[in-house]
Design a protein around this ligand. Structure first.
Ligand code: AMP
Ligand code: GLY
Length: 423
């Protein structure tokens, strides 16, 4: 069969790479993809939001199944359009993707479903928000309601930082509504579930490293690395999360006439010292897609055929697939460009990838890369590459990943050195 992956990052490289390895797949397409993805897929120069062109490409190329990477394509309604035209696609409709594209909607659904989460208020007016922040005081978390590519969340630890955050939210970010949440402490885990609309299959849990610098210092980013499986939760806790934080969401979405198909990513906060009492775990947010860089760490461990899973999720296969995971663990390290996340420098030449790819246990995935006029591989944005190491334990997975990372050159690059330590 022929499969299309929508997107252009390292998540989509990992998807294309894993799908290409399926014995059932004769050809992979990726729109728009990147030079790394071009090694395993034919690239179609179509943006993830150009959904009519995507549909036409599926028709023209006889593509049987489409997998959506980024949330912008979901918000643009790619799943609605494809399904209306009888095309098989993995992902939620626009109405179901509101769980990610509107934080206020997600909170409403969580309340209705009885899901444990931080308490919250919604404001659409600057003065009222200022008054609330002054009354309650720090710490508080302020979030723009809509999609903001990871830039819409402000964790405020000192009251002096409220004015700048409020200014950014109603100013540069043009938020129409701001969700203010109780601050939760603990460690985060990404619990991703595959859904066919009525049932869930948990993927191996992962966690990512959101801060730019070692020891979780510096600004928040889209994620500087990840590990899978995450040692921060055990099987019993994952089952508790599925029962209390994922199944109820499926139920409420179905009752509202917007069944959730696709990847439901529950971003969880796990407080310290749970000691077998998972009821302290809270949902921070839902994403309606695979996480990046969690996806890369998860997919290298997936032994079973992903096509069976995708067909089940898209509703064209009744039999529930059984996912088999490699015993090996994975560590994924992001190489970001100079200036990331504030002002990533584009155009820096990247070398050493051929050697990195030869490191045993290492897999290189391209994120923001492109070819310059002379055909050199250069960075084209913030997170430029991700390198996954697989190993018998976290030390050997880390060692494979960093051995490969150290063979890659990109001037001024930003890399965390502590991904997977203790994981
Ligand atoms: P979100 O996009 O809602 O997941 O927020 C991005 C990041 O902000 C999360 O991964 C957390 O690190 C942090 N964050 C979000 N909500 C809270 C909260 N209620 N308490 C503490 N940290 C939070
Ligand atoms: N790594 C976090 C995300 O994909 O949203």
């Amino acid at each position: 069969m022929k499969v299309l992956v929508i997107g252009a990052g390292a998540r989509e490289h990992a998807l294309s790479w894993r799908i290409a390895a399926s014995p059932r797949v004769s050809k992979v397409f990726c729109a728009p993809g990147n030079p790394g993805i071009a090694e395993v897929a034919e690239l179609l120069p179509i943006a993830p939001t150009a959904i009519k062109e995507l549909l036409q490409a599926v028709i023209d190329n006889g593509i049987d199944l489409t997998v959506v990477g980024p949330e912008v394509a979901l918000e643009a309604g790619v799943v609605d359009l494809f399904e209306a035209n009888g095309k098989v696609i993995v992902g939620p409709t626009k109405a179901a993707a509101l769980l990610e594209s509107s934080k206020a909607f997600a909170k409403e659904i969580m309340l209705e479903a009885g899901v444990p989460t931080a308490s919250h208020h919604v404001f659409s007016e600057c003065r009222a928000l200022e008054r609330h922040c002054a009354e309650v005081g720090a710490p508080l978390v302020l979030k723009a309601d809509g999609l903001a590519a990871g830039k819409g969340v402000f964790v405020i630890e000192r009251a002096a930082d409220f004015p700048a955050a409020i200014e950014a939210l109603f100013g540069a970010l043009r938020a129409e509504r701001v969700v203010v949440e109780e601050f939760l402490s603990g460690v985060e885990v990404s619990c991703i579930f595959a859904s066919n609309g009525t049932e869930l299959i948990p993927l191996a849990p992962a966690h990512d490293y959101k801060r730019l610098c070692d020891n979780d210092l510096g600004p928040n980013t889209g994620g500087m690395g990840s590990v899978c499986p995450s040692p921060r939760i055990d099987e019993q806790e994952l089952a508790w999360i599925q029962e209390h934080c994922a199944n109820p969401i499926l139920r409420v979405m179905r009752a509202r006439g917007a069944p959730f198909k696709g990847f439901l990513y529950a971003g969880m906060m796990v407080p310290a010292g749970l000691e077998g009492r998972p009821d302290g775990i809270r949902v921070l947010e839902y994403n309606t897609r695979l996480g990046d860089p969690e996806c890369q760490a998860i997919l290298v461990r997936l032994e079973s055929d992903p096509i069976e899973l995708f067909e089940w999720m898209a509703g064209v296969r009744a039999e529930r697939p059984k996912l088999v995971w490699r015993k090996q663990v994975s560590t994924c390290v992001v190489i970001a460009s100079d200036g990331y996340p504030e002002q990533p420098v584009k155009g820096g030449q990247i070398t050493g990838l051929e050697l990195a790819a030869l490191v045993p246990g290492a897999v290189v995935f391209h994120a923001a890369t492109t070819l310059d006029a002379r055909g050199n591989l250069v960075s084209n944005g913030g997170r430029t590459l991700t390198i996954v190491g697989l190993g018998a334990d976290s030390d050997s997975a880390r060692s494979a990943a960093y051995k490969a990372v150290d063979l890659v050159q990109l001037r001024g690059r930003r890399v965390r050195r502590d991904i997977g330590i203790g994981a």
